[in-house]
Design a protein around this ligand. Structure first.
Ligand SMILES: [Zn+2]
Length: 134
């Protein structure tokens, strides 16, 4: 049985981040579809199935090059979102010791220690200076 599966998977692309995302998304869409009215339920359910089918199509695909390119595209699209979530988490963890400002010129996030009164903040990225209360 295990041998048969290994033979079947030989030369196939397998699981990657995009396929993981697609199968998770299909699960979420199936759950959402359960709360919908009968008319839209079928359509949303079919979307979920399509996502799942596409995910399995990618896993069993033998076209490595194409699947790799798709995954790279997905990762490139996802990176800024991941970075933003990471930054938010860090800001939340440091909220007691630091205050965060956005640079008015380049929108970079700047961190200054809390409780220093009114201070001049100089952006590390573009050099813009502005006054803020901490
Ligand atoms: Zn700046």
């Amino acid at each position: 049985m295990r041998n048969k599966f290994a033979k079947f998977m030989y030369g196939r692309y397998g699981l990657d981040e995009l396929s993981k995302f697609l199968s998770t998304a299909s699960l979420v869409v199936i759950i959402v579809s359960m709360f919908l009215a009968q008319t839209s339920k079928t359509v949303v359910f079919l979307i979920a199935i399509a996502l799942l089918v596409y995910s399995y199509f990618r896993i069993f695909s033998k076209n490595y090059e194409k699947r790799r390119a798709e995954n790279a595209k997905y990762l490139k699209f996802r990176q800024p979102i991941v970075d933003k979530i990471k930054l938010r988490r860090e800001m939340w963890a440091q909220r007691k010791e630091f205050k965060f400002f956005k640079c008015p010129s380049c929108k970079a996030v700047l961190r200054v220690p809390k409780g220093k009164g009114k201070i001049r903040v100089v952006c590390k990225k573009c050099g813009t200076a502005f006054e803020k209360k901490t």
